[in-house]
Design a protein around this ligand. Structure first.
Ligand code: C5P
Length: 218
């Protein structure tokens, strides 16, 4: 029997990471944060001074990507022996990741790296195309979303709590821009799988979303 996978796809800031990590912990399953692979690739490409429009060069960086994930309460990501976790969450990293993620050749190289996370007893995979492309045979698929205004507000609060200066208008604009790029690209665009459950977390507390997903997978 194949290893069960739960996929949680949706736009940035919908709470996929928090929900996925919690569900993985409750079930004792592995966790794949596929966005962090695209983000790590953006950091590796910048370190190699690669032009993001140079498809062959970015693809080569993707082929040689040496990543280690350490799962604790938070995810720690090591690139070529260096802890890049602090850089991963930057808005500029997410922006560069979404440019790279539109390249079909890069997505082809990263496909197997993501599928390699599928190990017993199970996997929770979060991203944009987990249910549509990477794990189409997943046992349970969720599409988790929230309004752009709500997602921007959450991101704004997170930054302010960390003592980082933030502008709500600018964050809303960046979120809408990233949504547009992720939805309109030709290669594996952000889309809900036909057999996915739709959850709108705009007005739901995160605990309720986790409970709902646990109910679905059980
Ligand atoms: O989810 P996160 O914000 O970390 O993802 C960063 C970017 O990586 C996204 O905006 C998207 O362009 C890309 N991505 C993707 N496919 C995935 C996960 C992330 O294209 N499965």
């Amino acid at each position: 029997m194949s290893v069960p996978v739960l996929t949680i796809d949706g736009p940035s800031g919908a709470g996929k990471g928090t929900v996925s990590r919690a569900v993985a912990k409750i079930k004792g399953w592995h966790y794949l944060d596929s966005g962090s692979i695209y983000r790590a690739l953006a950091i590796a490409a910048a370190a190699a001074k690669t032009d993001l429009q140079d498809v062959a060069a970015v693809t080569e960086v993707a082929e040689n990507l040496q990543l280690t994930f350490v799962c604790g309460d938070e995810l720690t990501v090591i690139l070529d022996g260096r802890d890049i976790t602090p850089q991963l969450g930057l808005e500029s990293t997410g922006h560069a990741a979404s440019i790279i993620a539109a390249l079909p050749a890069v997505r082809r190289v990263l496909l197997q790296k993501q599928q390699d996370f599928r190990k017993p007893p199970g996997l929770v995979a979060d991203g944009r195309d987990m249910g549509t492309v990477v794990f189409p045979d997943a046992v349970c698929k969720v599409f988790l979303t929230a309004s752009a205004a709500k997602r921007a507000e959450r991101r704004y609060k997170q930054l302010i709590e960390k003592g980082i200066d933030a502008n709500l208008c600018q964050i809303t604009h960046e979120i809408e821009e990233r949504d547009r790029r992720d939805q309109e690209r030709k290669a594996a665009p952000l889309a809900m799988a036909e057999d996915a459950y739709y959850i709108d977390s705009s007005t739901l507390p995160v605990g309720d979303v986790i409970a709902e997903v646990i109910k679905l997978i059980s």
